[in-house]
Design a binder for this molecule. Structure first.
Ligand SMILES: Cc1ncc(COP(=O)(O)O)c(C=O)c1O
Length: 487
């Protein structure tokens, strides 16, 4: 059943969008989805199918002359439904974004979950502006990084010592080096389909094709990219997720060799595949038995699912957790944080970790503001309820339209997988049978209805504190229409 959403309670957190979710309400108190329009133009949200995004196309034409592939990340999409260009977003306010052609959308990409307070949040901007007035970086120790590290140690179950970096991939590299330094072992065990960044150290079997996976009991380690050294790939042992017996056998085969097991506790990069009950506890026990460092990649889940992230949610404490995305609230920052003894070699400088921009006061101030704002009463609850409302709407409309799918995740992050398989999906390989074409059509229909979701069906929808009752009502209606169009 659709739960009636509440606007998130903190006035400071609830930003107004560029488009107005007007005041009209239905008799039952639910906001009027039809009243959501662009404030500047009065246009309905969404992109019109008969109006190709000409300005975005022109920017992409220019981009391709000077940016490799026209993009700044291999993961960035280069097309929008039928059009051979990405949308160029030029403005964001609260839960809304607007592209170069003036099309506005309610945004559920949120910079892959980073903009957890919504876009251009007033308090966030004020914090950044006041830090700007004092300088952005000095290449010295600064007071804000200390306060931020203290806040992380208060909130994160495993954090006793913290180191900052600037992207998820960088912080992952630091965590892996810390684990290798601490244990004196080389190999890292990661799970098939989990994503831990683009750098060599763990870009293995991120998204292997069916023919590349190898046997389930002994998956093949596959370099995710050309240009990676074979030795690095050999040091990454791959296991299937959610399969305790197979993992036990793989660990036996590599006894004494494995420095760390690393996992996305909820697999944000595999359409929010959830851990089977008891599986994270099993990882904890195996790591304890074999003196392996347990690393939770909480780059997506951290400070998004709650102050203590997935560790708190599942009651399982890792040895090191890695954070990015939500922590920065939309500015680039990241951290790895863990047990004092494991981080001791980093502290003693025998395990080296550097970075000009690490812990810079601009991003640290933004992060501190973000973490404190998320702890305002009702902030996490508002995020959760909004997401659950959309998950319910997808389930209900797919049932009504007889479109087979699985909706999985938690309120703050979730995904729909179009598949005939009964849910929940447990393994990366289950996703290989998903109907990617139908996901693409659903996403395009949503864009036309004014809702911007991730272009990749293997990623997630994300919610911010700026998403309120109006946006939920609008999105629920949009989901219903989009589902009818793909049925
Ligand atoms: C779970 C996870 N780990 C690591 C990364 C890499 O982070 P970054 O893109 O900031 O390097 C990502 C990025 O999407 C991620 O989702």
């Amino acid at each position: 059943m659709l739960t009636t959403p509440q606007s998130n309670p903190s006035a400071e957190l609830k930003t107004s969008g560029k488009s107005s979710a007007a005041t009209a309400t239905h008799g039952n108190g639910q906001k009027n989805a039809a009243a959501v329009r662009d404030e500047d133009t009065g246009r309905p949200l969404g992109i019109r199918p008969d109006h190709p995004p000409e300005k975005s196309q022109a920017w992409f034409d220019r981009a391709q002359k000077v940016l490799a592939g026209g993009i700044s990340s291999s993961a960035r999409s280069t097309s929008t439904g039928p059009w051979p260009c990405p949308l160029y977003i030029v403005d964001g306010k609260g839960p809304r974004i607007t592209d170069a052609d003036g099309n506005s959308f309610i945004d559920y990409l949120l910079s892959y979950g980073s903009a957890i307070l919504g876009h251009a949040n007033p308090g966030f901007m004020q914090t950044v502006k006041s830090q700007l007035a004092h300088g952005t970086m000095f290449g010295t120790c600064n007071t804000v990084e200390v306060e931020l590290a203290e806040e992380i140690c208060r909130q994160s179950p495993c954090a006793q010592l913290v180191r900052f970096a600037n992207s998820g991939s960088e912080a992952i590299s630091g965590a892996v080096r810390a684990a290798r330094g601490f244990t004196g072992r080389n190999k890292i065990l990661k799970f098939e389909g989990h994503y831990h960044g683009w750098v060599d150290v763990l870009a293995v079997s991120n998204r292997p094709g069916a023919e590349e996976c190898g046997p389930l009991e002994h998956p093949t380690s596959r370099a995710h990219s050309q240009g990676m050294p074979a030795g690095v790939v050999q040091d990454v042992v791959i296991a299937p997720w959610n399969s305790p017996e197979i993992l036990r056998d793989i660990l036996k085969a590599h006894a004494g060799e494995i420095a760390a097991i690393i996992a996305e506790p909820i697999v944000a990069n595999n359409s929010c595949i959830m851990p089977q009950p008891g599986y994270l506890e099993f990882l904890r026990e195996e790591c304890d038995r074999q003196k392996i460092v347990l690393i939770f990649d909480e780059i997506v889940t951290g400070f998004r699912m709650g102050p203590g992230g997935a560790q708190e949610h599942y009651g399982v404490t890792a040895d090191i957790a890695v954070y990015s995305k939500a922590i920065g609230g939309g500015l680039p920052t990241s951290a790895f944080a863990g047990r004092r003894d494991i981080m001791a070699p980093v502290a003693a400088n025998t395990v080296k970790h550097g970075g000009t921009y690490n812990g810079n006061p601009l991003c640290a101030a933004a992060a501190l503001h973000t973490l404190r704002s998320l702890n305002a009463p009702g902030a996490y609850e508002g995020i959760r309820r909004h997401g659950e409302g959309i998950m319910d709407a997808i389930r209900r409309s797919s049932h009504d339209c007889r479109v087979p799918c699985v909706v999985q995740g938690v309120g703050s992050m979730f995904q729909v997988i179009f598949t005939h398989a009964p849910g929940p999906l447990l393994h990366y390989r289950d996703l290989l049978h998903a109907d990617a074409r139908r996901y693409g059509a659903f996403r395009q229909a949503l864009l036309e209805e004014g809702v911007h979701a991730n272009s990749s069906g293997t990623a997630c929808w994300f919610i911010s504190t700026a998403h309120g009752a109006d946006e939920l009502a609008f999105t629920v209606a949009a989901v219903g229409k989009a589902m009818r169009r793909v049925s």
